[in-house]
Design a protein around this ligand. Structure first.
Ligand code: UD1
Length: 382
């Protein structure tokens, strides 16, 4: 693949954020560059894919992430519209800034859109959280993962199995670096400031149950089909008779609940409906939960790091180490199966798990150090 070499001077790195899960990944990366590679000039660009205060602003505050230097304010739309609009708005900015490399994280539409623009303009792309694969091409994030990795010159993986996925897709071994999990850097840094569940719930007008489960749902495959969402919510209502459930609701899910006429879920006595929460509130609620039920990628990892049992309401996971070493179980999407597994966790206490390699709070430092060396080497090439 064409691999452009930077021209001269101090290396300039453009870092892209877009959606909620990007922010927990980028905060430790920016901190690490300031600490271990201050010679690298870092620009922070936000595409504006997530824009609500609850989905964005609160997280910047919780994570101590500095305001972006540029915001493309792209907003919501269909996949094609959103991806194309990000590319359209990003290209002139990229040309003007002329960075030596672009660092993207995760698997959201903005990750792929900016990687594609950068690669076509001859700029090196660095992908953090490379090589995760669910094997399910109907998942929009899977397409973003595969294509972003193909466009990248430097690929940082978060778990050991990711390297084999990349090699299988023809990516050269020397480009791949096992750095560990930057999401867990954020978690370990912010855990002392986690909001206690009682305080978080009071702020949202609820009393805290003595024991509770935590539920999140936002994957299109779970929420975009009204019948599927209704079946899942019926199973959750059933479970809530045994264990009250806290349910912070993603905007996409809230819209689908309304559209599918499932609004009564939000008034259910033992399912406590909450708005999208801040990072410190979410950490506190995860830490205090008997059980977490989720379709989020990040929460599968965070529960493994916290040692809290997690049931993933999907048929697969791109984060298999959370199952082989952590506290996660892929529970599927059939209500009866989910309920049986949830009851099993309540009966036994669930998986114990251990912390995967390099989920140690220092992943971002490894990324910054390796990237700085890599940039310096390229800039001194004849
Ligand atoms: C995106 C990511 C997903 C990630 C998730 C975290 C892609 C393909 N998906 O999904 O990987 O796990 O973010 O939340 O990039 N909305 C708001 N306010 C916001 C943002 C979104 O109301 O600040 C609503 C809009 O109605 C929008 C819908 O949520 O249409 C979906 O937002 P979008 O960014 O397209 O995808 P997510 O489902 O959030």
């Amino acid at each position: 693949m064409y691999d452009p070499v930077p021209q001269s001077g101090r290396p300039h790195l453009l870092c892209v954020v877009a959606a909620r899960p990007n922010l927990m990944k980028m905060a430790p990366i920016l901190a690490a560059f300031a600490q271990v590679a201050p010679q690298v000039r870092v620009t922070l660009l936000h595409t504006g894919q997530h824009y609500d205060a609850a989905m964005n602003d609160q997280l910047f505050a919780d994570l101590g992430l500095r305001a972006p230097d540029i915001n493309l304010e792209v907003g919501s739309g269909s996949h094609a519209w959103q991806t194309a609009e990000i590319m359209r708005r990003y290209e002139p900015v990229h040309i003007e800034l002329a960075p030596d490399a672009v660092l993207v994280v995760g698997d959201v539409n903005s990750t792929l859109a900016c990687a594609l623009v950068a690669a076509k303009l001859g700029t090196a792309v660095i992908h953090v959280e490379a090589g995760l694969r669910s094997g399910e091409r109907s998942m929009p994030e899977e397409i973003n993962r595969v294509l972003t990795d193909q466009l990248s010159s430097l690929l940082f993986t978060s778990e050991t199995g990711a390297r084999a996925n990349l090699l299988r897709e023809g990516i050269v071994d020397e480009r791949i670096h096992f750095a560990g999990n930057v999401m867990i850097d954020s978690l370990l840094r912010q855990l002392p400031d986690a909001v206690p569940p009682r305080v978080a719930l009071q702020a949202h007008g609820h009393d805290c149950p003595p024991a509770y489960g935590l539920l999140t749902l936002h994957r299109p495959s779970n929420v975009d089909d009204g019948a599927r969402l209704a079946a899942l919510m019926a199973a959750m209502a059933d479970l809530s008779r045994q264990l009250p459930l806290l349910f912070p609701i993603h905007p996409r899910t809230r819209a689908m609940l309304d559209q599918a006429g499932l609004g009564e879920v939000l008034r259910h006595r033992a399912i406590l409906a909450l708005p999208p929460l801040g990072y410190l509130e979410m950490l506190g609620l995860m830490q205090g939960a008997r059980l977490v039920l989720t379709d989020s990628g990040g929460i599968q990892e965070e529960t493994t790091a916290l040692g809290i049992p997690c049931l993933t309401l999907r048929d697969n996971t791109e984060r298999p180490v959370t199952v082989s070493e952590g506290t996660n179980t892929v529970a599927g999407t059939q209500p009866a199966m989910i309920l049986a597994q949830a009851r099993e966790v309540l009966r036994t206490g669930g998986k114990r798990g251990r912390i995967p390699q390099y989920w140690d709070g220092h992943a971002a430092e490894r990324i910054a150090a390796t990237t700085a060396q890599w940039l310096a080497r390229r800039m001194t090439l004849p």
